[in-house]
Design a protein around this ligand. Structure first.
Ligand SMILES: Cc1cc2nc3c(=O)[nH]c(=O)nc-3n(C[C@H](O)[C@H](O)[C@H](O)COP(=O)(O)OP(=O)(O)OC[C@H]3O[C@@H](n4cnc5c(N)ncnc54)[C@H](O)[C@@H]3O)c2cc1C
Length: 226
């Protein structure tokens, strides 16, 4: 099957590598030019790109399954696994600390080596349709035919916005136009803490919400919270 993916961020690279490894012909189209020849990667539009991130253990498990060499390279590049000791003395993995830049560099490089996956630079303008079904995407004016189109353009992606439901099928309310970046768990008090770093400050925030749109987005739009 020919697959077109909009975006080569984490979701696009995982989906693309997984499908290509299973024999599909995948093209991921990304507007960001990727790392420059001198090794720098400004990654415009991703303001947190150079900041420290916390990655849940599921990211490790996904890498182990789909791109095991990417996991080794991530650790070699400086990612720090975090474990927690239970009262029983047993250690359980909690996740990984790493800059997003470090993660994306190894993920993109590892995914780019999977035969059948190509990463193409370009701006996806729209999903093209034939007889009511997606049949590809338009990239900088030219059509890229595909049997399957995957939107991995992130929360800020606009290209498939017109295809989303206008109202929540359950409650009839409008879904958020831009889902939250990081769905915070409900916190009874709501608090914000700044954590001093060596030269900069990171911010850890927890807040409660009664905002129905945020709660709807946290369910992935699948359940009506009302
Ligand atoms: C401030 C902040 C802090 C965060 N901290 C964490 C954290 O600590 N840990 C964590 O796990 N997550 C964190 N996140 C969330 C994390 O960044 C997202 O979950 C993750 O980036 C989602 O990946 P994605 O591939 O779905 O989308 P994105 O990373 O947004 O990637 C989408 C890609 O699609 C491309 N694209 C979009 N539209 C087009 C188009 N029309 N044509 C071509 N290309 C297009 C974009 O250039 C981009 O590369 C944070 C987010 C924010 C905003």
């Amino acid at each position: 099957m020919r697959v077109a993916i909009i975006g080569a961020g984490p979701a696009g690279m995982f989906a693309g590598a997984g499908l290509a490894r299973r024999g599909h012909e995948v093209t991921a189209v990304e507007r960001d030019p990727g790392p420059a020849a001198d090794g720098t990667w400004p990654r415009r539009g991703v303001m947190q790109f150079h900041h420290a991130h916390a990655f849940r253990h599921q990211v490790v498990q996904a890498l182990e399954r789909e791109l095991p060499e990417g996991l080794d390279q991530w650790i070699t590049a400086g990612a720090e696994p975090v474990a927690m000791r239970l009262p029983t003395g047993k250690e359980v993995p909690m996740g990984v600390r790493s800059r997003r830049e470090t993660f994306e560099r190894v993920l993109r490089a590892a995914a780019g080596r999977v035969p059948g996956l190509s990463i193409r630079r370009g701006h996806v303008e729209e999903v093209t349709r034939r007889r009511g079904r997606a049949d590809g995407i338009r990239v900088d004016g030219s059509q890229l035919p595909a049997h399957l189109v995957i939107d991995a353009s992130g929360r800020a992606g606009r290209v498939t916005r017109s295809l989303r439901p206008r109202l929540c099928p359950g409650c009839g309310k409008r879904p958020p136009s831009r889902p939250p970046a990081w769905p915070f768990p409900a916190c009874p008090t709501g608090s914000t803490r700044t954590v001093p770093g060596r030269s900069r400050r990171s911010c850890l925030a927890a807040r409660s919400t009664t905002d129905i749109a945020v709660r709807w987005a946290a369910t992935g739009g699948s359940r009506c919270p009302g």
